[in-house]
Design a protein around this ligand. Sequence first.
Ligand SMILES: CC(C)(COP(=O)(O)OP(=O)(O)OC[C@H]1O[C@@H](n2cnc3c(N)ncnc32)[C@H](O)[C@@H]1OP(=O)(O)O)[C@@H](O)C(=O)NCCC(=O)NCCS
Length: 192
Amino acid sequence: MPLLVDPALARGVLREIAQPRLVSDGLTLRPWRRSDAAAVWTAFDCPDIQRWHVRGLDSLDEAGDWVTQWADRWDDETAASWAVVDGDDQPLGQVGLRNISLAEGSASLSYWVTPDARGRAVAARSVDALSAWAFGPIGFNRLNVHHSTANTASCRVAERTGFRLEGTLRQAIKHADGWHDWHLHGRLHTDS
Ligand SMILES: CC(C)(COP(=O)(O)OP(=O)(O)OC[C@H]1O[C@@H](n2cnc3c(N)ncnc32)[C@H](O)[C@@H]1OP(=O)(O)O)[C@@H](O)C(=O)NCCC(=O)NCCS
């Protein structure tokens, strides 16, 4: 059945380029490496990361699988993730795109920051760098952030980075303690 509307982004827009390093505001977003497994394993020990991402890791090997999965997902153009590092190249956190739709030119943002690196706006600076690239050279039309209404820190990151609060989706996600309402924030490439 033919699509009657041109896709917003052409197939290959990601696959045909190498995943870039994005440098901005004292941080570098770089592709994950197998050698980052131990840092990811430690990060997922954080109860807040487990809580809000509803995921845990059972072993260092599983952390290794987590870091290596991103190459295939980049090639599939379904999701992407960057390690956020500063001077010593050790991961301070993660920022990425999920649920990429080339047809709609849209994706949802995901981010977490290791407990030791919090309090320095690492997530907001990373989201700014990723959004500039996604809206600029790649040409996404819309990026979303959703988070539980109980996750105030994530809400602040979205607000600080120009993702407007567009509504509340009732009982949109199940966490360990039950259903949570979701804030939906959005930013368009035409937003200032
Ligand atoms: C959300 C998260 C990435 C933010 O980390 P960060 O970049 O270090 O953010 P900061 O600590 O600099 O705080 C950002 C803002 O949130 C506020 N904040 C931080 N922790 C907070 C808390 N527990 N309650 C309320 N506000 C909080 C800060 O005061 C700051 O507000 P400001 O912008 O008005 O100054 C980090 O807390 C995290 O990894 N949490 C667990 C995983 C997660 O929630 N991911 C998002 C899922 S949607």
